[in-house]
Design a binder for this molecule. Structure first.
Ligand code: HEC
Length: 177
């Protein structure tokens, strides 16, 4: 190879590397943006999530006005019970929720208005741990399903609200014994 050939060779090599670099950055950005997050779990509710173990329950008043349960797959529940931080890759937390409705039937037997139960489901949210894949959002992938279909959410927005509990690996929920 002459000097000109070598130069051209290196220019081509640099061009190729640059293209690869840009491609990688684009793929990375696309994945993070998409972590808006229809692609997590292949766009499907993770199999069997409704049978996962109970971590805790909560009630949100205000606009949400729901009753919710926080469930974990085996890896998540084991980490909670052992107090292990950070959570291992593969841990998944599900937050299921239903509208908060008054139960006339129950109120009747109690003799006063005191009973509230789960009405129709609202949405299901997930956090799935993969420290590498989701490095830009604390190692957690975020997803939401409405009526069983993936919702277009922005993982960064979910993540930023979970930052105050960074010390508990971004999880607000404490294990209810
Ligand atoms: C306004 C702040 C805020 C935003 C935005 C937010 N979360 Fe949360 N999230 C919370 C709080 C507070 C809790 C615990 C209280 C509760 O469950 O009612 C929680 C609980 C959860 C839980 C149960 C585990 C835990 O941390 O306790 C999951 C799963 C979850 N959120 C997923 C999401 C997803 C997915 C999004 C984005 C679509 C999201 N969150 C956006 C504040 C937020």
């Amino acid at each position: 190879m002459g000097e000109v050939g070598m130069k051209r060779g290196s220019i081509l090599l640099i061009a190729a590397l640059t293209a690869t670099g840009i491609g990688a950055v684009m793929a990375f950005t696309a994945r993070n943006a998409d972590s808006a997050d229809s692609q997590i779990f292949g766009g499907k509710l993770p199999a069997g999530y409704r049978d996962w173990k109970l971590i805790s329950v909560a009630h949100e008043a205000g606009k949400l006005n729901d009753l919710r349960a926080i469930l974990g797959n085996d890896a998540a529940v084991a980490a909670y019970r052992e107090g292990k931080l950070p959570f291992p890759d593969g841990a998944i937390i599900a937050r299921v929720a239903w509208s908060y409705v008054s139960s006339e039937e129950n109120n009747k037997v109690f003799g006063q208005n005191q009973s509230f139960v789960a009405g129709p489901p609202t949405n299901v949210q997930f956090m799935v741990k993969d420290a590498k894949e989701y490095a830009s959002t604390g190692g957690w992938g975020f997803a939401q399903f409405n009526d069983g279909k993936p919702a277009n959410i922005v993982a960064k927005d979910c993540y930023s609200c979970h930052v105050p509990v960074k010390d508990r690996d971004f999880l607000f929920t404490r294990y209810a014994p």
